[in-house]
Write a protein that binds this ligand. Structure first.
Ligand code: CP
Length: 307
């Protein structure tokens, strides 16, 4: 099967077959990153631009590493060190990059829909590396890859997603993906951080972490997205931690073989206690490792590697 798409903009529009194709392709790329010489010539001659209007450690670095391991030329642009600071618009920036004839543009932007706008304007493939509180499709794909690898599948699992659901593009993309793949998804957070009508996405809503994580196979903890909040949504970090942190005591409510995930960056002692983040249930760094393979798969599939 081929990925018959120019762009990857969200999980919402991907079919189960497309998700499985991407995850299977990513599985086949994992081994390259374990070699002594971590490079194959697959994308030699291709050019990938990482255009980041928001801060990133994992996503930007793993896209760069993914491109380099496939022998593509990768270029990183941060809005803060580009002509954006001189007032250049997103469209003008994108049109100028298009004129240099890259093959793929990876974009992260604080505005929901920014990647979709570029996809309609440019002939290059666009990959959404996070658009506002809307979607973070490559994060959900690497999360699903990690769950599949650790649990042997996704269908039938109970997944709890806990924290600032309202402002989390990771939560939205994972809810789309995990429900499509047959998982039962439970969300929990303060009432002020749960979007109205989220049940329509096929999830069960709780306002207590204990209810959401009971008998869970997977617990996905989220950071409070203070950069997207217009006002304080809870009285203090101490109270947030008291009611919504995953810790040694409440993790006992989940299944014995529960796996703990976090997209990063973590706020230790707020949404997750350090002993859980670093403990035997944590697969947080496996997520990061798999992020490289998922991004290699997407670059490969979008540049005609499967033709
Ligand atoms: N998970 C994630 O998107 O991390 P970064 O913001 O560091 O890219």
């Amino acid at each position: 099967m081929k990925l018959n798409r120019k762009d990857i903009l969200g999980i919402q529009e991907l079919s189960v077959e497309e998700i499985n194709l991407i995850l299977d392709t990513a599985d086949s790329f994992i081994e390259i990153s374990t070699r002594e010489i971590k490079k194959v010539p697959t994308l030699r001659g291709k050019t990938i631009i990482n255009l980041f209007y928001e801060a990133s450690t994992r996503t930007r670095t793993s896209f760069e590493i993914a491109g380099k391991r496939l022998s593509a030329d990768t270029i990183n642009i941060s809005a803060s060190t580009s002509s954006v600071v001189k007032g250049e618009t997103l469209i003008d920036t994108a049109k100028n990059l298009e004129a240099m004839n890259p093959d793929v543009i990876v974009i992260r932007h604080s505005a929901a829909g920014a990647p979709h706008m570029l996809a309609g304007l440019l002939r290059q493939s666009i990959i959404n590396a996070g658009d506002g509180a809307h979607e973070h499709p490559t994060q959900a794909l690497l999360d699903m890859m990690t769950i599949r690898a650790k649990k042997g599948g996704i269908a039938g699992l109970k997944v709890a997603i806990v924290g600032d659901i309202a402002h989390s593009r990771v939560a939205r993309s994972n809810i789309h993906g995990l429900t499509k793949m047959g998982a039962a998804v439970f969300v929990a957070g303060p009432a002020t951080m749960i979007p109205r009508d989220i049940e329509k996405m096929g999830v069960v809503v709780h306002t207590r972490i204990e209810e959401a994580i009971r008998e869970a196979d997977i617990i996905m903890m989220l950071r409070i997205q203070t950069e997207r909040e217009k006002q304080n949504l809870f009285p203090s970090l101490r109270e947030y931690a008291q009611y919504f942190s995953l810790n040694r005591k409440n993790i006992g409510l989940a299944r014995k073989d529960v796996l703990v995930m976090h997209p990063g960056p973590m706020n230790r002692g707020v949404e997750i206690s350090p002993d859980i983040a670093d403990g035997p249930h944590s697969i947080i760094l496996d997520q990061v490792t798999n992020g490289v393979a998922v991004r290699m798969a997407l670059l490969y599939l979008l540049t005609g590697g499967n033709s």
